[in-house]
Design a protein around this ligand. Structure first.
Ligand code: F6P
Length: 360
């Protein structure tokens, strides 16, 4: 029998998952290994075990297809993150059963493609003796130990395109347009797209904002004859002294769903300035569709490097980008500490130098 490896995609999906799967399968084939893909994230590891053989010949079509052909899940029995990012241990029995099923299938290694939550679960499986290699995925770009996660560039491209579209309609109607973007507790998407798309105000979780300062910026623009304003709000942004705005009720086996701050900001602006204000929640458009060319090459490099790490038996490691190269880092260096937008970093400084209001 040919040697086998496994792969699964965990957490929220994003553009580029299929591109990673394609690279892993192609490279594994070169090593003479068969690849099987577990379905619905970690859930596929438990009885009834669900997986499919990934045929090398099917892979070419996957290069630019969004989503994941394996399915994924960001809740359930393997959810290591709940509430507002609280970490907890997966029950021992679940880990033990998953390990036994992986051994039963004779897998040489398991590639876990995921963000902070999925890699936290992966680390717990590794500690139980499962040979794991991690690949860093998330549109939020909040994973430590890698310069970038894949999916982020595609999400930024989507948000930038939205700002380009909102600009023309804002200008036509002399309105304030508020764009709410994803990113959980990090403002990477908001500040990167905000700068690329010419936002006038950018509100990120790292900098609690004051509505009066936001309104002051809008009034200042009016005085300069600029009768429209683009405001970008990260879903995790919050007013000084206020709590996160969440969507829907809390569920025990998943992280809190952020959302709704855009509407709060828009209502506050309209009330204080009298300017007609509209809100657009970009939502899952940021997670769908084809990966950008940047993400395609990043995913391909990550997938290729993951297979190389299996050949080197560097288990318990995650592929990371340390420009210009990809490297291996212990998964423990990537999890449990969110990588936030640095307040003294180039993005924040660029925004300030341009006169963009960060609401502080
Ligand atoms: O982590 C990716 C992400 O898209 C976040 O930006 C967002 O808060 C969350 O997932 C949304 O999750 P769901 O798809 O469960 O609504």
């Amino acid at each position: 029998m040919r040697e086998r490896i496994g792969i699964l995609t965990g957490g929220g999906d994003c553009p580029g998952l299929n591109t990673v799967i394609r690279a892993v399968v192609k490279c594994a084939t070169k090593h003479g290994w068969e690849t099987i893909g577990f379905l619905e994230g970690f859930e596929g590891l438990l009885e009834p075990v669900r997986y499919r053989r990934l045929d090398y010949k099917e892979m070419d079509a996957l290069l630019f297809v969004g989503g994941t052909i394996l399915g994924t899940s960001n809740k359930g029995r393997f959810a290591a993150k709940t509430g507002h990012g609280e970490t907890h241990r997966i029950p021992r029995d679940i880990l033990r059963r998953a390990k036994a099923n992986i051994q039963q299938l004779g897998l040489r290694a398991l590639v876990v493609v995921g963000g902070d939550g999925s890699l936290t679960t992966a680390q717990q499986l590794f500690e139980q003796g499962v040979p794991i290699i991690g690949v860093p995925k998330t549109i939020d770009n909040d994973l430590a130990a890698t310069a970038l996660t894949f999916g982020f560039d595609s999400a930024v491209a989507c948000a930038t395109d939205a700002l380009d579209r909102l600009r023309t309609t804002a200008q036509s109607h002399d309105r304030v347009m508020v764009l709410e973007v994803m990113g959980r507790y990090a403002g990477w998407i908001a500040i990167t797209a905000g700068i690329s798309g010419g936002g006038d105000v950018i509100l990120i979780p790292e900098i609690p904002f004051h509505l009066e300062r936001v309104c002051a910026k809008i009034i200042e623009r009016e005085r300069e004859g600029k009768r429209f304003t683009l405001v970008v709000v990260a879903e995790g942004a919050r007013e000084q002294g206020a709590d996160f705005v969440t969507a829907g009720g809390a569920e025990a086996s998943r992280e809190a769903r952020l959302g709704g701050i855009g509407a709060v900001v828009a209502a506050g602006i309209q009330k204080r300035t009298g300017k007609e204000t509209r809100v657009c929640v970009l939502g899952h458009l940021q997670r769908g569709g084809a990966p950008t060319s940047f993400d395609r090459q990043l995913c391909t490099r990550f997938g290729t490097r993951a297979v190389q790490l299996i050949a080197e038996e560097k288990y318990g490691h995650m592929v990371a980008l340390r420009p210009p190269d990809t490297i291996a880092v212990p998964i423990t260096e990537a999890i449990g500490r969110l990588r936030l937008v640095p307040l003294e970093g180039d993005l924040v400084q660029t925004a300030r130098a341009l006169g963009i209001s960060l609401g502080d």
